[in-house]
Design a protein around this ligand. Structure first.
Ligand SMILES: Cc1cc2nc3c(=O)[nH]c(=O)nc-3n(C[C@H](O)[C@H](O)[C@H](O)COP(=O)(O)OP(=O)(O)OC[C@H]3O[C@@H](n4cnc5c(N)ncnc54)[C@H](O)[C@@H]3O)c2cc1C
Ligand code: FES
Length: 222
C-alpha cells in the first residue's frame, strides 16, 4: 500500500561519486525491488523518482546521482532534516526466476542492493564511467565490475542461460535487450506525479503511448 510521509534523514553518506541517503522508514512499505518512490527535497515543489537501494530494519536508503537541481537538493539534505517520501510506486522486477543475473550501468546500480538481497546474492555485472563511480559496486555482492571504455555488455555477450534483470541508461538497455531478449529492464522517463495522473512520463510501449510510472518502470524486454 503506497503512502506519503515526512521521514527524518538519518545519514547522508558519500559512496564514490554518489550519495547514499538513509531515512527513517516510518510506515512506508519498501515494496518490491525495482519499484520507486517520489522524494521531495525540503523547499522544492516537485518530487523526483528514485529506486529503493536498501531496506535495512527501520530505514529506507536511496542512492543518488546529482545531475540537476532536484537531485542536487536531495544530495544536500542533512541528518535531522525531513523529507516527504511517497511510494512504493510502479511495477518492480519479477522475482520468480531460476538463474538471475543483475546487469547495471552507472546509477542504474541503485535498485540492485535491495534486489540482490531479495534474490539471495546472485551474480552481477556492473559498468561505470570511472573508478570513482565504480566504488558503488561495493554495495552489491558478487559483482564483476567494468569501467569505460569497456562496456558492461561485453562480458554479458559471453554468458548464456541467465535470467537478466537490468537497470541503466537507455542505450545500455537497448544493447542488453539485443543480447537477452527475455530480460527484465528498468526504464526511465521524467516523472512529475509517479502515480498516473500527469501523463508526463508517457512513452511508446509496443506501439502504444503508455505511462511508464503505471506500466513500468520494469518491463519485459520482449
Ligand atoms: C523510476 C525511476 C527511478 C529512478 N531512480 C533513480 C535513483 O535511484 N537514483 C538516481 O540518482 N536517479 C534515479 N532516477 C533518475 C532521477 O529521477 C533523475 O535524475 C532526476 O529526476 C533528475 O532531476 P534533477 O532536477 O536533478 O535534474 P533535471 O534538471 O530534471 O535533469 C537533469 C538532466 O537529466 C535529464 N533527466 C532528468 N530526469 C531524467 C530521467 N528520469 N531519465 C532520463 N533523463 C532524465 C534531463 O533531461 C537533464 O538533461 C530515476 C528515475 C526514474 C524514472
Ligand atoms: S509521472 Fe505522472 S503519469 Fe507518470
Amino acid at each position: 500500500m503506497r503512502r506519503r510521509e515526512a521521514l527524518r534523514v538519518v545519514a547522508n553518506e558519500a559512496v564514490g561519486a554518489y550519495v547514499l541517503l538513509r531515512v527513517e522508514r516510518g510506515r512506508i512499505d519498501p515494496g518490491v525491488p525495482g519499484q520507486f518512490f517520489m522524494l521531495e527535497a525540503p523547499g522544492r515543489p516537485l518530487p523526483r523518482p528514485m529506486s529503493l537501494c536498501q531496506a535495512p530494519p527501520g530505514e529506507l536508503a536511496f542512492l543518488l546521482e546529482a545531475v540537476g537541481p532536484g537531485t542536487r537538493a536531495l544530495c544536500a539534505v542533512e541528518p535531522g532534516d525531513e523529507l516527504y517520501v511517497f511510494g512504493p510506486l510502479g511495477n518492480g522486477y519479477r522475482l520468480d526466476i531460476d538463474r538471475p543475473l543483475l546487469v547495471g550501468g552507472g546509477i542504474g546500480v541503485a535498485p540492485f542492493p535491495y534486489l540482490s538481497q531479495q534474490l539471495g546474492g546472485p551474480p552481477a555485472l556492473l559498468g561505470f564511467r570511472s573508478g570513482r563511480h565504480a566504488e558503488a559496486a561495493a554495495l552489491v555482492p558478487n559483482a564483476e565490475v567494468v569501467v569505460e571504455p569497456t562496456l558492461v555488455t561485453e562480458p554479458l555477450a559471453g554468458l548464456g542461460g541467465y535470467d537478466v534483470l537490468a537497470c541503466g541508461p537507455e542505450p545500455m538497455l537497448e544493447a542488453v535487450r539485443e543480447l537477452a531478449p527475455r530480460a527484465q529492464l528498468a526504464w526511465e522517463a521524467p516523472m512529475a506525479c509517479g502515480y498516473g495522473a500527469c501523463f508526463g512520463c508517457s512513452v511508446e510501449i509496443e506501439g502504444v503511448l503508455q505511462r511508464l510510472c503505471v506500466a513500468g518502470p520494469v518491463l519485459e524486454a520482449a
